[in-house]
Design a protein around this ligand. Structure first.
Ligand code: ACO
Length: 400
């Protein structure tokens, strides 16, 4: 903190808070986290109850509209969303234009940004009805764009949406459909996908949501802001941790090598224990508990992922070790999610995309809350300037 302004030349009071560790940039009614107690709630509803009893589109509705829908509201919402799953042929050509081996996340977020050129009315951000249409459109199209980007990156023909299927089932269809006439998702995997989507739907003011709000604060359209949020998720510190967990498990190689790996983590000789620890949760991440249960259900269908035994042994040893317990380091959402995705057949490059699809309703709900909040202004933090004081320009001829 600098001292309070004492004369005209002085800046006054200013907080220096890199990473905004102690700065609330907004007031929000969407998601509540109590990191010490391991609590996560969307609009007041505990994540455990939503994961158990709800489905992803109902959660998307809840996040955006603020209340659980009635049966007819939910039916209407689902019908509308599913009617928007197809993407414009020109968007498909746009995806076709990426290099044959493009990273699906790079292709995904670029395509999302391009959508604002297909739906020009998206710029009318202060028209409430128009915002609802764009919300439904975006929630609907994300799985299609994601699956098309994946199939393009592996040289497979696109599989079109099948709107007889559920949201999650349709995504699995577009990802994994082969030569069969009609793809039938395995119900256990379909439900697992849906639960994972619910768990990732919002997480208050994380890096990508802050980016969404930052871009949105200039009153940019939501497609473009959403592409920016997805770009923030592309970074390994945010959307890439589950991939890092898999790499770590492969490197460890077998259960009997876990104690030596833990010793090196504690001695600071190697990497951190990936999938452990969280900036906010200083207790077990409530999402990790649910994901662990889902992992066992999925492995019943796909066969046990051989890396699971290493993960279980890591968790067992870490939870009995003073180093981890004393620092409040527990498994986070990423510890088991990568194992599940891998067992279901998703390549690791798709992991950040699998995060972006379900985070879409969260990002859009946060964006809407922000643009309707009369206290919000364009994001414009200050800085502590450490550069030169005024200097005289030196002509090229006399520079040393
Ligand atoms: N393994 C070993 N030690 C750790 C770990 C870990 N995973 N995480 C933190 N520590 C230790 C630190 O070395 C530090 O020890 P010290 O006090 O002796 O120096 C102490 O715990 C506190 O660590 P910080 O880095 O200050 O904790 P912070 O809250 O800033 O970091 C983070 C949180 C980045 C998630 C961290 O725990 C980490 O790197 N975890 C591994 C990566 C990971 O799983 N990321 C996914 C997060 S969830 C998500 O983004 C969706």
């Amino acid at each position: 903190l600098r001292k309070i302004k004492t004369d005209e030349e002085d800046f006054g009071l200013m907080a220096y808070d890199p990473g905004f560790m102690n700065t609330a940039a907004c007031k929000s009614r969407i998601t509540f986290i109590d990191g010490d107690k391991g609590i996560l709630r969307y609009r007041g509803y505990p994540i455990e109850q939503l994961a158990e009893q709800s489905d992803f589109l109902e959660v998307a509705y809840l996040l955006y509209f603020g209340e659980l829908p009635t049966r007819s509201q939910l039916d209407d919402f689902k019908r509308t969303v599913l009617s928007h799953t197809i993407i414009h042929e020109q968007t498909k050509k746009f995806i076709d234009g990426f290099r044959h081996d493009s990273h699906p996340m790079g292709a995904f977020l670029s395509t999302v940004a391009a959508l604002s050129t297909f739906y020009r009315e998206v710029k009318n951000i202060f028209d409430a009805q128009n915002r609802v249409i764009q919300f439904e459109r975006m929630v609907a199209k994300m799985p299609t764009i994601a699956a098309f980007c994946h199939r393009h990156s592996i040289g497979m023909p696109f599989a079109y949406p099948d709107n007889d299927l559920s949201y999650a089932g349709n995504f699995l269809n577009m990802m994994f459909k082969g030569t069969e006439t009609k793809f039938k998702p395995n119900p256990v995997l379909e439900r697992a996908m849906d639960v994972l989507f619910i768990l990732h739907a919002d997480h208050e003011q994380n890096c990508s949501t802050t980016t969404m709000r930052g871009i949105g604060s200039s009153h940019c359209d939501p497609f473009t802001a959403l592409a920016g949020a997805a770009a923030a998720l592309y970074g390994p510190l945010h959307g890439g941790a589950n991939e890092a967990v898999l790499k770590m498990l492969v490197e460890i190689g077998s259960k009997d090598r876990v104690p030596e790996f833990i010793r090196r983590v504690k001695a600071g000789e190697g990497q951190r224990l990936m999938g452990f620890g969280h900036r906010v949760y200083k207790n077990y991440d409530p999402r990790a508990k649910i994901i662990k249960k889902v992992a066992f259900e999925v492995f019943e269908v796909t066969g046990r992922n051989p890396l699971l035994d290493i993960a279980l042994e890591l968790e067992r040893i870490a939870l009995e070790d003073d180093y981890f317990v004393g620092r409040k380091l527990y498994p986070n959402v990423d510890f088991y999610s990568g194992l599940i995705y891998q067992a279901m057949g998703f390549p690791t490059e798709m992991f950040p995309v699998l995060f972006a699809i379900p985070r879409t309703p969260g990002w859009l709900s946060q964006w809407e809350e922000q643009i309707l909040d009369p206290e919000q202004r364009i994001v414009r933090p200050r800085q502590v300037y450490l550069g030169y004081d005024e200097r005289e320009y030196v002509p090229m001829a006399i520079r040393e």
